[in-house]
Design a protein around this ligand. Structure first.
Ligand code: S3P
Length: 168
């Protein structure tokens, strides 16, 4: 299997589903935000505060190039804005995890670590702006995705199995 790339809005559960899918398919799960944090030795939130969003987007592009060149047979979860990198299709098969804004927001709030989950995401701080960003991005995500999975009401394991079925 070539790489599988999970895209979608912040908080939709890309990392959790990536790990469930990795377990199901005996592959490694990696996350673009984790790669960026390790490259920079600081948190995403600090990169935004100290160097701004354009600098972070450049790091996403750099990471995408690195993935294309160096990674295969992995499950790659991405930051919510990673779908924009030009070489995404060359990295692997792109799966969109889709859900309504309300569902995603409720999922975050219901999480035991809700406060931390909100705090670490600079673009979720202002609800009006976050909603507008969601609205703007959904058609763009759909435009780039090879497959779309509606995740509402499904466990990460169920979503992983659905992805495997789609890929087989
Ligand atoms: C972002 C999503 C975040 C992170 C950064 C920007 C975005 O990742 O990459 O805060 O532009 O949607 P998650 O989707 O994992 O929250």
């Amino acid at each position: 299997m070539t790489n599988v790339i999970l895209i979608g809005f912040m908080g939709v559960g890309k990392g959790t589903v990536a790990r469930a899918l990795a377990k199901e398919s005996n592959a490694y799960a990696i996350d673009t935000d984790d790669l960026i944090e390790s490259l920079e030795n600081r948190k995403i939130k600090d990169i935004f505060v100290e160097d701004g969003e354009p600098y972070f987007r450049d790091l996403e592009k750099k990471t995408a190039k690195w993935l294309e060149k160096n990674v295969s047979d992995a499950i790659i979860s991405t930051g919510g804005g990673f779908y924009k990198v030009k070489n995404l299709k060359k990295i692997g098969k792109i799966i969109l995890l889709d859900a309504s804004y309300e569902y995603i927001y409720q999922q975050i709030l219901a999480h035991p670590n809700a406060k931390r989950k909100l705090r670490k995401r600079p673009l979720l701080q202002d609800t009006t702006k976050a909603k507008a960003l969601y609205k703007e991005r959904i058609p763009l995500y759909k435009g780039v995705a090879d497959e779309v999975i509606m995740i509402e009401g499904k466990s990460p394991q169920k979503i992983a199995k659905e992805i495997l079925r789609l890929l087989s």
